[in-house]
Ligand binder design. Structure first.
Ligand SMILES: Cc1ncc(COP(=O)(O)O)c(C=O)c1O
Length: 404
C-alpha cells in the first residue's frame, strides 16, 4: 500500500519557495546572504490598509463570511474593474480566494477534464504547469524567444493548438521576464484564440507594476466577445505589498465562478475575514502608495539592468513591468570554469548548477531559469534595498570572473 497519493507524483515543490527556504537557513547560520529569490515587494503594507484590518477585528468581523467573499469586497472589486479596466461585472462574476494562487488552482480544477490541453508560453510562472497537472490537464509549453521580448507570436500559438486545447494562459506583465504585451500584440493573439473558441486565463497580478508609461491591457478589455471568453485573475499581494494577507480574486463566466465556489466550499471555505476587510480598503482607498512603490522599483530596475549587462557573458533585457529581471547567462555557460563544473555535476541543469554554486559559495540566492522553463537564464527579484542589490550583483560578477 502507498503511504502517499500518486496524484502528487506529477508535481514538484515550488522552486522559488525552496530557494527562499535554503537562503533563510543559511542566514540563520549567520551567513550574509543576498536574497534575489523572493517574489514579494520589500515594502510594508500601507498603514491605512492595516488600520482597516484592526477596525474589522474591533467590529467583530471575525466570523465565517460567504465562501466566495464578502459582498462589500466583491463590490469593491467590481468598482476596481470599472475604474482601472473599464470592465463591467456583477457579483455573480466575482470570486475571492486565498491569494491569486488559489484562484488559479480552483479555476483549473473547475474547468479542466482529464487530457484537456493548456497552452503556456515559456518562460512561465513556476506554478502554472504543476497546477494544470494536478487538475489532470496537460500543459503544452511554447518556448518564446528573448529577441521577441519573450512574447508568443500568433504563428507559434496557432501551431500549439489541437482539438484538445481548452485554455491559453496569458500573463502580462510576466513573471519571470517582466515582458508586457501591447494592445496590438494582444489583438493578434486573440484573433487566433477567438476563432478556436479557447478560454483565456489572464493573470493580471502585476497590473500595477509597469514602467516607461506602458499601458496595461488584458484580453477582456479588447471586446465584449473576448470578455466572455476570458477569466481574469488578480489580487492585492503585489500591488499593495500584501503577500501574507492571502487575498486574490477572479472574474469571469458565472458558471465557472459557481464551480469554483463549490471547490472552495469543500476545501478552504472563505478567505480570512480580516484580510478581506483590508483588501477592500486597499482597492477603495488612496492609490498613491502604488505610485511610490513603483517609482522605487523603477530606479532599481534601471540600475540592476545596467549593472548586469556590464558583466561579461550576461544579456539582460529591460523589463517593462513586475519586479524581476531574467538575464540570459549562456555566455557564462561557455566558459572553461563552468564547463568543468558541469562535468563534475552531469545530472544538474545549467541554470540550477549556476544558482547552487552562487548560493553556497558566493551567498547570493537567485532562481534558476529552468524552474520557469528556460535553462538559459536566472531570475532575480529586485524587491530589495539598493545596497543589497549592488552587493549581490558584485558577487555575481565575481563568480563569473572566477569562472574565467
Ligand atoms: C504570475 C503570478 N501569478 C500569481 C501569483 C500568486 O500570487 P498570490 O497568491 O500571492 O496572490 C504570483 C506570485 O508570485 C505570480 O508571480
Amino acid at each position: 500500500m502507498y503511504l502517499v497519493a500518486k496524484r502528487l507524483d506529477v508535481v514538484e515543490p515550488s522552486p522559488t519557495l525552496a530557494i527562499t527556504a535554503r537562503a533563510n537557513a543559511l542566514k540563520a547560520e549567520g551567513k550574509d546572504v543576498v536574497g534575489f529569490g523572493a517574489g514579494e515587494p520589500d515594502f510594508d503594507t500601507p498603514e491605512f490598509i492595516k488600520n482597516a484590518a484592526k477596525l474589522a477585528m474591533d467590529k467583530g468581523q471575525t466570523k465565517y463570511t460567504p465562501v466566495s467573499g464578502t459582498v462589500t469586497l466583491k463590490d469593491a472589486i467590481i468598482k476596481k474593474f470599472e475604474r482601472d479596466n473599464s470592465l463591467k461585472y456583477e457579483r455573480k462574476n466575482i470570486i475571492v480566494g486565498v491569494g491569486g494562487k488559489q484562484v488559479i488552482y480552483n479555476f483549473f480544477m473547475a474547468t479542466l477534464n482529464p487530457g484537456d490541453e493548456v497552452i503556456i508560453p515559456a518562460p512561465y510562472w513556476v506554478s502554472y504547469a504543476d497546477i494544470v497537472r494536478l487538475a489532470e490537464g496537460v500543459p503544452v509549453i511554447v518556448q518564446t524567444k528573448l529577441e521577441n521580448n519573450f512574447q508568443i507570436t500568433s504563428d507559434e500559438l496557432k501551431k500549439a493548438i489541437t482539438p484538445k486545447t481548452k485554455v491559453f494562459i496569458f500573463n502580462s506583465p510576466s513573471n519571470p521576464t517582466g515582458a508586457m504585451y501591447s494592445k496590438k500584440d494582444i489583438e493578434s493573439l486573440c484573433d487566433v484564440l477567438i476563432k478556436e473558441k479557447i478560454i483565456i486565463m489572464s493573470d493580471d497580478i502585476y497590473e500595477k507594476v509597469t514602467y516607461d508609461g506602458m499601458e496595461f491591457f488584458n484580453p477582456a478589455m479588447l471586446s465584449n466577445e473576448l470578455k466572455e471568453r476570458t477569466f481574469i485573475v488578480n489580487g492585492v499581494s503585489k500591488a499593495y505589498s500584501m503577500t501574507g494577507w492571502r487575498i486574490g480574486y477572479g472574474a469571469g463566466n458565472p458558471e465557472i465562478i459557481k464551480n469554483m465556489d463549490t471547490m472552495q466550499g469543500q476545501s478552504t471555505s472563505n478567505p480570512t475575514s480580516i484580510s478581506q476587510a483590508a483588501a477592500e480598503e486597499a482597492l477603495k482607498g488612496d492609490q498613491s502608495c502604488i505610485t511610490e512603490m513603483v517609482k522605487a522599483f523603477d530606479d532599481r530596475r534601471k540600475k540592476i539592468v545596467a549593472a548586469l549587462n556590464n558583466i561579461k557573458g550576461v544579456n539582460c533585457r529591460t523589463p517593462q513591468g513586475a519586479f524581476y529581471v531574467f538575464p540570459y547567462i549562456t555566455g557564462v555557460y561557455e566558459t572553461d570554469g563552468f564547463k568543468k563544473l558541469l562535468t563534475a555535476n552531469p545530472n544538474t541543469s545549467k541554470s540550477k548548477l549556476f544558482c547552487d554554486v552562487l548560493l553556497e559559495k558566493y551567498e547570493v540566492a537567485c532562481v534558476p531559469g529552468i524552474a520557469f522553463g528556460d535553462d538559459s537564464a536566472i531570475r532575480l527579484s529586485y524587491a530589495l534595498g539598493q545596497a543589497n542589490i549592488d552587493k549581490g550583483v558584485e558577487r555575481i560578477a565575481k563568480m563569473i570572473s572566477d569562472l574565467g
